[in-house]
Write a protein that binds this ligand. Structure first.
Ligand code: ATP
Ligand code: MG
Length: 290
């Protein structure tokens, strides 16, 4: 069974994402009027747009550690973390390790995906059209190949319960206007390249990743949500040629593809898959020193 939404003293639960729970201070009406938010990561694991059973023990805490690690290292890019010194509503110790105390942002409806390697839905699209999200690529690339340079392949962030949809850069211009579309693209490419270089020093490849951005009350565009976690990114072992030895939930995706025809409810994950996934998350944290 999925665990109930945790009760967090001082905070009121307002919504559930696929993985995170969103809280505003008790006494605040909604996110729009809040000056602070609490994002609490659950142990839920999702794949192919389904929340799976059972949860992965410790996942929420491990992924929060990864986000913090990257927010610290990429501190020249504005993000949504409220500094510990900013005061506000205290974060209770029992949820602190899997929580982020953040600024409420007006989120852009764009999933800002950057790909350094051709894999997954990018590989599928390339095989059909020779391009990904309108970005033309050289002929003759194989599954898992490194791209000549990282590419920005945005997706429309569909409302809860619907599939996100790959779109072209020009479609993001229609959604958010040219100036913001360019800011999102340029920040995404810059952060990916910086992070990929740092990861490589630790023997880890970031094959692709997804960012979410929002605008604060002063108009500043900030990175929101999680960043460069193994849920939002494909991490591979740089020392192994074997891409299936990934540090992300590929283990879960692979098991599902082999054991489920994508009709109806997905099957319950076996203990061995749950344990192997948790162990891979821990190994990535150790590699990066996060
Ligand atoms: P997924 O990340 O798997 O595509 P999701 O983003 O809908 O799905 P979660 O990440 O679990 O699911 O939910 C977190 C929610 O909180 C998202 O809707 C995200 O856009 C929102 N969010 C994150 N940071 C902020 C912020 N600083 N201000 C306002 N909303 C935020
Ligand atoms: Mg999210």
């Amino acid at each position: 069974m999925t665990a109930a939404v945790p009760v967090v003293p001082g905070w009121r639960h307002v919504s559930s994402g696929k993985v995170r729970e969103l809280y505003v201070p008790s006494g605040t009406d909604d996110v729009a009027s809040a000056t602070e938010l609490l994002l609490v990561a659950s142990d839920r694991v999702s794949a192919y747009d389904f929340a799976l059973e059972p949860p992965i023990p410790g996942k929420g805490e491990l992924l929060t550690r990864l986000s913090r690690f990257w927010f610290d290292r990429l501190s020249d890019v504005p993000n949504h973390i409220l500094p510990a010194t900013s005061g506000g509503t205290p974060v209770p110790a029992e949820v602190a390790p899997r929580s982020m105390h953040v600024m409420p942002l007006a989120m852009f409806p764009v999933e800002c995906v950057v790909r350094g390697y051709l894999v997954g839905s990018g590989w599928a699209e390339y095989q059909e059209s020779g391009s990904v999200c309108g970005v033309a690529l050289p002929a003759g690339l194989a599954n898992g190949d490194r791209l000549p340079e990282p590419i920005y392949t945005p997706a429309y962030k569909a409302p809860q319960g619907e599939h996100d949809e790959n779109i072209s850069f020009e479609q993001t211009v229609e959604l958010v206007g040219r100036d913001d579309a360019e800011v999102l693209r340029d920040l995404s490419l810059r952060v990916y390249s910086e992070a990929a270089a740092i990861a490589l020093e630790h023997g880890v490849v970031i094959a692709d990743t997804k960012f979410e951005f929002g605008r604060d009350a002063d108009g500043v565009v900030r990175i929101a949500d999680e960043v460069l976690t193994s849920d939002s990114s494909r991490y591979w072992d740089a020392r192994s040629g074997n891409r299936t030895e990934s540090f992300d939930k590929q283990i879960v995706r692979d098991w599902l593809s082999a054991n489920w025809d994508r009709q109806g409810t997905p099957p319950v994950l076996p203990d061995t898959i749950v344990e192997r996934t948790a162990a891979r998350y821990r190994e990535l944290i150790e590699r990066l020193g996060a």
